[in-house]
Structures are given as structure tokens and as C-alpha cells.
Design a protein around this ligand. Structure first.
Ligand SMILES: [Zn+2]
Length: 94
């Protein structure tokens, strides 16, 4: 491992809905707990496989791929988003 080339490395994660890669702080992280329930990973540090979603992106929360990915849990995920962020569904941008 070389420590040269210390240009700022920003790890990118891909939104499961729109499939765009973004920096972690532009995304929300979710994981499944031991009971197989989706949880919001506020600190993005849980040692479990996480799934990422764009922050403040209604398009991503309404996309078919979002509903398909989370299945019956998609409404719960949407609730978690509203509980844990300042997201307002009324702030529709398009
Ligand atoms: Zn997205």
C-alpha cells in the first residue's frame, strides 16, 4: 500500500433505486437487523450489508425499483426516511 497520491478519495456508494453512485453523505443507509426488519443506519457504520438510497429524492422512493427491492417493506422504509431526515414529500421538485 502506497500513501502517495493522497488526493481526496471519496468512497462512492450506489443507490439501489436509481443506481447512481454518490458520496456516502448524499445517501441514506439501511440494513436488516437480526429479525429481518429493515432499520435506518444513521451513522452508516453497522457491520452488516447495507443498502443505500439517495437523500431527499422522492423519485428514488417512488421508483418501481425501490418497491421491488424492499418488497412489502417499502412503506416502512419510506416511513423511516421521513422519521430520520428532513425529507418532506410535499417538496416535490419536478
Ligand atoms: Zn437514487
Amino acid at each position: 500500500m502506497s500513501l502517495k497520491n493522497q488526493t481526496k478519495h471519496i468512497p462512492l456508494r450506489r443507490c439501489i433505486s436509481c443506481r447512481q453512485s454518490k458520496a456516502k453523505d448524499s445517501l441514506l443507509r439501511f440494513y436488516k437487523d437480526a429479525n429481518n426488519n429493515w432499520q435506518f443506519d444513521k451513522k452508516q457504520k453497522m457491520q452488516t450489508r447495507g443498502s443505500w438510497l439517495c437523500k431527499d429524492s422522492l423519485n428514488c422512493y417512488e421508483a418501481k425499483s425501490f418497491k421491488k427491492y424492499f418488497g412489502q417493506s417499502h412503506a416502512r422504509i419510506f416511513e423511516l426516511i421521513k422519521l430520520n431526515t428532513n425529507f418532506q414529500a410535499s417538496n416535490r421538485t419536478c
